[in-house]
Every structure is written in structure tokens, then in C-alpha cells.
Design a protein around this ligand. Sequence first.
Ligand code: COA
Length: 327
Amino acid sequence: MSLRSRITGTGSYAPETVLTNSDLEKKVDTSDEWITERTGIKERRIAKSSETTSDLCLEASKNALQAAGLKAWELDLIIVATMSGDMPMPSTASLLQKKLGAKNAGAFDLNAACSGFLYGLSAADNFIKGGAVKRILLVGAEVMSKFIDWKDRSTCVLFGDGAGAVTLEPSRGKRGVLSTHLYSDGSMWDFICLPGGGSQHPPSSKTIKNKMHCIKMKGNETFKVAVRTLEKLVVDTLKKNKVKPSELSMLIPHQANLRIIKATAERLDLPMSKVAVNLHRYGNTSSASIPLALDEVVRAGRIKKDDYILLEAFGAGLTWASALIRW
Ligand code: COA
């Protein structure tokens, strides 16, 4: 029987502070009605000024390890998918390794923006199938709120902070990650970007003055590509595995926009009762959004053994990715 990776534990964490649409009405020229209608978001969580991405990772990871019945020292590898890490160097995964006391684990970060968790899942799956490592902790975590221009209504209403984690272990048989699919098109890199702070525009008074350390997004252009791309992606992923849409138990999409999620579900003729949606409470938490939603549906008992679960994401890069799992 073929060797697969299987998710053996899930966990998540979101900061306590809630920022509602009506709170935002007081900061920028927007309305609860506009945000709800265009995005589906009602509120998001915001980290305290002292709270870092690795702090969020730690809480989500403790929950995932407990669910899996694993101790931190048993981990072979920690992967953190993030684009808002504690600092450019060292990796947030290294800081998490220290906080967890995962003394036997290698650690690295991975940045594929909102597709980061699924890129990480693909990497973890291949590490396990290669036989080199056995127990992996994969975390998607973001403190987006510290990279937002709170005067830019086109972005500040969209994003939120959070973390989701899974443990992956080897498994023989039908259950586990069946396939992962990764894509990118860098020609549209400027659709969503955070241009300052890297080697192209190192930090300077000019980058700060021009708000180049904050997210910029061409929302409408991104929306159109996302809908088209995700509709094809979900169909292709099921076809590749010879699984019919009617056999699917749950779609766990990246939580960027309810209209995008509904269009993807409609393409598969999937009722919304089979779609994990939590963006009304968290907004877009980028690489944290899929593991946060996954943990919620697992803990709510909405996924059963042997169920087919489809995960899909789209984000900066542009990048997009999917995974089919037999739970
Ligand atoms: N409140 C009120 N009005 C707003 C607003 C806000 N927060 N943000 C933008 N607007 C205005 C715009 O200025 C524009 O006004 P105009 O027509 O007078 O120029 C109008 O609303 C429409 O803007 P537009 O950007 O075309 O809206 P939209 O329907 O495309 O919705 C997004 C904007 C961002 C919600 C949507 O495009 C989206 O979700 N994009 C994809 C995001 C995504 O998937 N990202 C990938 C992962 S990060």
C-alpha cells in the first residue's frame, strides 16, 4: 500500500481583540453594508502591539499537538507559512521551535502569500512520502494588521490576524493527502504586494513616507482572475483523482471573499452546507485562513473518517493551489 501523509491533529488561535465593520466606519469612509455586500466580512481579530506571529503560531501549535497526542520533542520538522513573520531573519519557524521546545525539529518559513498553507502542505506531504521525516508541524499564521495602511479603505477592511496548525504523519492505505497542486504567474505580481523592506526598496524614510511597508491590492483585477482560476482549479483537482463533485464532503476554501467562495461552490454544484465559511468572523487571514477553517470544522465534528475534503487557495504572486484529502 502506498505511503501517504495524513493530518493527525489540528489547532487554531486568533487574538482576542475584535474589530467590527462599525468600528471601521469610524476610521475610514466605508459602511457595514458595503463591506458585508462586497466581501461577506463582518469582523476580524487584531493582535495586540506586543503580540507576534510566532505567539499566534505557538497557541495554534499547542492545540494541534494535543489533538494529535504528540509532544513537541517528537517533531522532526516545523514549517511556518507566513508573509508577516516576526522579523525577516531568523525564520518565524525557528522562533516557534524555541517557544515549543521542539529540540529535534528542523525549521523553516515558506512564503506563498494566501496560498502558503497549501504550498506548505504539498512540501510536508512530499517530505513524508520521501521517507526522510516522519512528524511535521505545519502552521499558517499572519499578523496582517501590522502591515495595513489603516487609512486605505480598499485594504484595511479585508484582512485579519490568526493562526492554524496541523500535524502530519505517515500513513499507509486510502486515507491521507491524495494530491496537491501548485501554480503561479509572477507576471501579475503587482496585483497584491507589499513593496517596501526588501532588496528592491530597503527600509528608508522614503519607503515609510510612501507607505511601502503596507499591503497594496488591485482588488477588482484580482477578483476576476481569482474566480476564473479557482473554478478551473477545483474541477481539475477532482478530475485528477477521479472523484465526482457529488462525492465531496467538504470544500475548505481560502477565506478572501464570500462571492468568490460561492462562485467556486456553484461551479461544483455544491450546497453551501458543504462549504467551510468563517470569513464573517475573521476576515482574510491569508495563509492562516484554511487551517483556521479546517480546525473549526474538525472540532465541530463536520468531517468524518474517509470523507473527501477539497482545499483551495489563491493569493499574491500570483499563486494558487489545491489539495484533495481523504480524511
Ligand atoms: N468601502 C466603501 N467603498 C469602497 C471600499 C470600502 N471599504 N473599498 C473600495 N470602495 C469603492 C471603490 O473606491 C469603488 O468606488 P468607485 O466605483 O467610485 O471608484 C467601488 O467601491 C468599487 O470598488 P471595487 O474595487 O471595484 O469593488 P469590488 O466589488 O471589486 O470589491 C474587493 C473590492 C477588494 C472586495 C474585491 O475586489 C475582492 O475581494 N478582490 C479579491 C481579493 C482576493 O481574492 N485576494 C486574493 C487573496 S488576498
